[in-house]
Write a protein that binds this ligand. Structure first.
Ligand code: SF4
Ligand code: SF4
Length: 449
């Protein structure tokens, strides 16, 4: 059967499960690919491996083959899809407008539906995607437990006794990747932070999941920066994680439930905009209309939230922000998070903000469009590729000689931090580059006034 035409969705005797159900990839998306290959050189996993099966075109060919019942959804096929970072660099390169991100999200939902997962993976998914992420309270409890684990010496005991080796899954790896958590977590409880001076806008702000635990200080800085620029900030109660991780990793039902809670929360104050300080979360909320397209009660309000959502840099530049008056003498390179550059198409606003800071020298990074290898839980599940891409990004950063690498996404911030440390260890050199958020640098510059 030709790969250009849709075929049967279920193969003989049920051996070829194909795609089915409400979250199946749409044929309109799937059959738009004309195999031109323009996307190949944009794809990090193709650049690293040189393999067609690790390219966007190759992965789409596998989707078509499974869709048409020519290929089983085997562990090997799933492995090629799993190695995709969903960085969506391929979308920018594609002249046919293939919506690759949507295709891959739908494909991963099919994997969840048709393929059997190991006990460890099912347990990890049940805890991570369906218990912790939908509940900020449980997430904070888990965060507190992690802090205790690191502070009380339990970590030293777990490492020293080899206990981690006995736990299911790769507990040793998870332990290595444990981020440093904030002293005080950022909590959304309906707090209102008034604008300084004349109020220009009233916004609802997403606290998020990982960022609220690991980079709470940056969320506090975001509030200060917005207030400083005449924007009243409501951290509305009842909000939860944006659902991006659930969507990307094949858990659409829980993502939809989380989106509904956020829609109710944000729209309760009738905001002028909804702001996210995290690139991945902003991208997810801008896609709520698509995510909730089959939910008749929520479809209109999902569109409203998608239309109102702004990345914090986008909002500041659109509304107009005050350039700091005091100099911050520091050299900075900027890392474009994929979900800001490739998905939200925002590359200039963070640079405009950095360039507005007197004394700050912005040095452009080599290979700016290449993913850093973070990609949500990818750094845990695909550690080899994640480490290779992290190293490549860290080498590009070090080559700029900048004192700081600025970013706009919590996953990237953690991956850069880890990769820079690992690079220094492997080179037996001293790590000198700090990881900061763009918004932290602006906040620091304001604080000097
Ligand atoms: S999303 Fe990124 S990793 Fe996946 S196929 Fe596209 S370019 Fe490659
Ligand atoms: S650039 Fe677009 S149409 Fe061409 S192979 Fe890649 S996904 Fe297919």
């Amino acid at each position: 059967m030709s790969t250009d035409q849709p075929g049967q969705s279920v193969g003989p005797a049920g051996t070829f499960p194909g795609f089915s159900g409400p979250h199946a990839p749409k044929d309109d998306d799937l059959y738009r690919c004309v195999h031109c290959g323009f996307c190949l050189q944009a794809c990090p996993t193709y650049l690293e491996t040189g393999l067609e099966s690790e390219s966007p075109r190759g992965r789409i060919a596998l989707m078509k083959a499974v869709r048409e019942g020519r290929l089983e959804m085997s562990p090997s096929v799933i492995g090629h899809w799993d190695l995709c970072l969903q960085c969506r660099a391929c979308e920018l390169a594609c002249p046919s407008g293939v919506e690759y991100g949507r295709l891959m999200e739908a494909t991963r939902a099919q994997v969840g539906q048709h393929a059997s997962r190991s006990f460890t993976e099912r347990t990890a998914r049940a805890i991570g995607y369906n218990t912790l992420l939908p509940s900020p309270t449980k997430l904070r409890m888990a965060g507190t437990a992690l802090k205790l684990y690191k502070k009380t010496g339990m970590r030293t005991i777990a490492r020293g006794t080899g206990m981690l080796k006995l736990l299911p899954g790769d507990a040793e790896l998870a332990d290595r990747y444990l981020p440093n958590l904030s002293k005080i977590f950022f909590k959304a409880s309906g707090q209102v932070h008034p604008a300084q001076g004349v109020r220009k806008a009233r916004v609802a702000m997403l606290a998020g999941c990982v960022m609220a635990l690991a980079h709470a200080e940056t969320l506090e800085a975001t509030v200060r920066v917005l207030n400083r620029n005449g924007i009243e900030v409501h951290v509305t109660g009842g909000q939860v994680c944006c659902g991006a991780l659930n969507t990307h990793f094949g858990e659409p039902d829980s993502a939809i439930e989380m989106a509904m809670k956020n829609i109710d929360s944000f729209l309760s104050i009738n905001p002028d905009a909804i702001v996210s300080a995290s690139a991945g979360c902003g991208a997810a909320m801008k896609d709520y209309e698509q995510l909730l397209i089959n939910e008749s009660e929520y479809a209109d309000r999902a569109k409203q939230v998608a239309d109102l959502t702004k990345d914090v840099h986008e909002l500041l530049v659109e509304q107009g922000f005050d350039a700091p008056k005091q100099a911050l003498n520091v050299s900075v390179t900027y890392q474009d998070p994929c979900h800001l550059a490739n998905v939200q198409k925002i590359t200039e606003a963070p640079r405009t903000i950095l360039n507005s800071i007197p004394g700050l020298q912005l040095i452009e990074l080599g290979e700016p469009a290449l993913c850093c290898g973070s990609a949500g839980t990818y750094s845990l599940t695909q550690r080899e590729m994640s480490a290779r891409l992290g190293k490549r990004k860290a080498q590009n950063i070090v080559a700029t000689d900048a004192a700081v690498v600025a970013t706009a996404n919590p996953g990237c911030a953690m991956q850069l931090d880890f990769a820079l440390t690992q690079l220094a260890v492997s080179d037996t050199s001293e790590r000198t580059t700090k990881v900061r958020y763009v918004i932290d640098l602006l906040d620091e510059a304001y604080s000097l006034e």
